[in-house]
Design a protein around this ligand. Sequence first.
Ligand SMILES: [Zn+2]
Length: 354
Amino acid sequence: MKQRHYHTDDARWQAVENRDANADEQFVFGVITTGIFCRPSCRARHPLRQNIRFFQDIHAAQAAGFRPCKRCQPDKAPLHQQRVERIRRACELMDAREETITLEALAQEMAMSPYHFHRLFKSVTGLTPRAWQTARRHQRLRDALTQGEAVTPAYYQAGFGSGSSYYRDADSALGMTAKQYRSGGKQLSLRYAVVDCHVGRCLVAQSARGICAILLGDDDATLIAELSALFPHAERHLAQNDFSDILEKVIACIHAPDTRLDLPLDFQGTLFQQQVWEALRTIPAGETVSYQMLAAKVGKPNAVRAVASACGANRLAIIVPCHRVIRHDGKLSGYRWGVARKAALLQHEAKKET
Ligand SMILES: [Zn+2]
C-alpha cells in the first residue's frame, strides 16, 4: 500500500475539510458535541474543528464512547467496496449458469433496480452484464480448446446456446473473422489509462469485450503511440474515474503475478496465437520455459519460430506472461517492452518464490 500522509492533526483536518476519500481507511474523526464518529469523506456538514477528535480506527473511536455516523457508516466496509462485492456476487451467479441470465433476473437477485444494477455493473467491470456473459463464454471456449477438446463439444460446454449461432460466436471468440481488428479496429471503441507500476508506466486499454491491451514503457507518449499503432482506426478515449476499479485490479495482478485476473480479456489474434497465449498463462510466476518447451506445450514442437513470434505479438503484458519465456541456453532473449524490463520482472517473481 502507498504511504499516506495523515500523520498530523493539521493534515487530518485538511483531509476532513476536503472530504478526501483516500483518507477513509487511515483514520476516523469523532464530534464531541454529538458523540458521533465519521469517515473523513463523510458528506455531512462539518463541525467546528475544536469539537473534533481524531482516532486511528473505529475501535479507538468506539472505545472513547463515540457511535458510528448513520450517513457515512464508518463501521461498515467502504461503500465502494460493498458495491464491488455485490458485482462480484453477480459475476459468480452468472458463471454458475450455463444460459444467459437476463438483466431483470440479475437485478432482482441483487435487490436492485435493473437500471441501477446495469449502471453499477458497467462502472465496476466496464461491460454490460450481457457482454460480460458473452466474454466469459468465449473465455471458457478458449480454455476448453487449449485443453485439446474438439471444437463442437467444447463449444457446447462453454455454454453457447443452440448450434445456429455457432459459427458466428466461435469466430468472434477465436478472432478468426475479426475483420475489424485486422483492419486496425474500425468501429472499435476503447478506453484507456496510464498508471505507475513496479516496472515503469503501464497503459491499460479496454474494449467492449474486455481488457485488450496492457503495455509497458517509460513515458506516456510512447505508450499512447503504441496503442494507436495497435488499433489505428479505433476510437480511443482517455478513461474517466469509473475505470479506476478495473485499473486497480489489473495493477494488483501485475504486482502479485500469481493472482489470476478475473476480468474478461479481449484476446485478438489467430487461433494459433491464442493457443500460445493461453499456454503462457499456465506458466506460474517464478518459473520460466524455453521457446521449445512452449512449442511442445501447444502441440507444435517444430513451430518454435512461430511460437516466438506469437509471444512477440502479445498485447497483454504480464497477464499473458510472455516474459517467462527465455532461450534454451538460459539467455533472456528479446522482449517487446525491453530486455531490462523482462529481467526486472523475472527478478521480482523469483523473489516471490522464496
Ligand atoms: Zn458521517
